[in-house]
Design a protein around this ligand. Structure first.
Ligand code: ADP
Length: 163
C-alpha cells in the first residue's frame, strides 16, 4: 500500500447542509483520508443560500471531523476531482427513487473520467425522507426542523426565511 492519501470528493448543492448529508460525510471519512465537500454550482437551481454561505454552514457543521475540507467548484466535477488527486466521488442514496438519477450521473461521470470511481453511501434510515428543499419549505412555514440540521444551520435558515 502506498502512503498517498485516499481522497474523495462529495459534490452537491448543500442548500443548506442537512443531517442526511452529514451522515454521508461521517461514513465517507471512515473510508477515505480526506473528504472534500464541494459546493457545486447548479445552473438549473436558484439557491436560497449563496456559495459562501453554504460553505460556511458546511464548515461549521463538520468542524469536529478531521480530514474534511470544504470548497466550491463551478466546472466538471470529475475534472475537479482529478485536479485534487481524488480517487472517488461520493453520492448519498436515500431511496430507490434516487437511483435512476444517480446512476445516470455516475454513468456520465465514468464516461468523462473512468479513473474517478463513484461510491454510493446509504444514509441512516431516520434521514431517508430528508432533503434540503423540504427543510427550506418547513422553515418558511414556521416548522421546527431542529432534528434535521445543526443548530448553526437552523439559525441561518430562520434568519434568512423569517427576516
Ligand atoms: P443535488 O442537488 O446534487 O441533489 P444535494 O446537496 O441535495 O445535491 O445532495 C448531494 C448528495 O447527497 C446527493 O447524492 C444526494 O442524493 C445526497 N443526499 C441528500 N440528502 C441526503 C440524505 N438525507 N441522505 C443521504 N443522502 C443524501
Amino acid at each position: 500500500m502506498s502512503d498517498t492519501p485516499r481522497i474523495a470528493v462529495y459534490p452537491g448543492s448543500f442548500d443548506p447542509i442537512t443531517r442526511g448529508h452529514l451522515d454521508v460525510i461521517e461514513r465517507a471519512i471512515k473510508l477515505f483520508d480526506n473528504v472534500i465537500v464541494t459546493v457545486a454550482a447548479h445552473r438549473d437551481k436558484k439557491p436560497l443560500f449563496n456559495m459562501e454561505e453554504r460553505m460556511d454552514m458546511i464548515r461549521e457543521s463538520t468542524k469536529q471531523l478531521e480530514g474534511v475540507k470544504v470548497t466550491l467548484d463551478d466546472g466538471l466535477i470529475v475534472e475537479f476531482a482529478e485536479e485534487e488527486g481524488a480517487v472517488a466521488l461520493i453520492r448519498g442514496l436515500r431511496f430507490v427513487s434516487d437511483i435512476e438519477f444517480e446512476f445516470q450521473l455516475a454513468w456520465m461521470n465514468r464516461h468523462l473520467n473512468a479513473e474517478v470511481i463513484t461510491v454510493f453511501l446509504m444514509t441512516d434510515v431516520k434521514y431517508t425522507h430528508l432533503n434540503s428543499s423540504l427543510i427550506r419549505e418547513a422553515t418558511r412555514l414556521g416548522g421546527n426542523i431542529d432534528d434535521f440540521v445543526t443548530p448553526y444551520v437552523s439559525d441561518k435558515l430562520k434568519a434568512k426565511l423569517k427576516g
